[in-house]
Design a protein around this ligand. Sequence first.
Ligand code: CMP
Length: 139
Amino acid sequence: AIERTLSIIKPDATRRNLTGKIAAKFEEAGLRIVAQKRILLTRAQAEKFYEVHAARPFFGELTDFMASGPVVVQVLEGEGAVLKNREVMGATNPKDAAPGTIRAEFAESVGENSVHGSDAPETAAQEIAFFFSGLELVG
Ligand code: CMP
């Protein structure tokens, strides 16, 4: 089925001017960027976005990092977009990421891992609504 998923290009990647290279990986995989904006999250917004991880030991590090510089939030659309995006990103820890994936090529560590992608269609809908209004999605 045609799906939409939320993608975030994280501060480690925007800082190194990798936005275009990462976007190209998505497009080359057949995903269409139907919404995109560059924003600077507050710590409170990062905490809200990642609230499911609030009890994890790395929550403070994660939310500090996500508020440490610009992010580019995107909605990607395509056949099986949630899974396809996860394949293009590679494993969360770059040490485990398959060659050619975004995290294998660009990520610096498990925390500073260049990209986020929704993990399921239900979370994708929630995460898209967190950042975008319906008017901002142009398929
Ligand atoms: P993401 O897909 O954005 O969702 C949660 C994030 O937590 C994950 O990517 C990682 O970047 C981050 N994360 C996971 N494990 C650790 C860890 N051990 N230390 C720091 N950050 C982590």
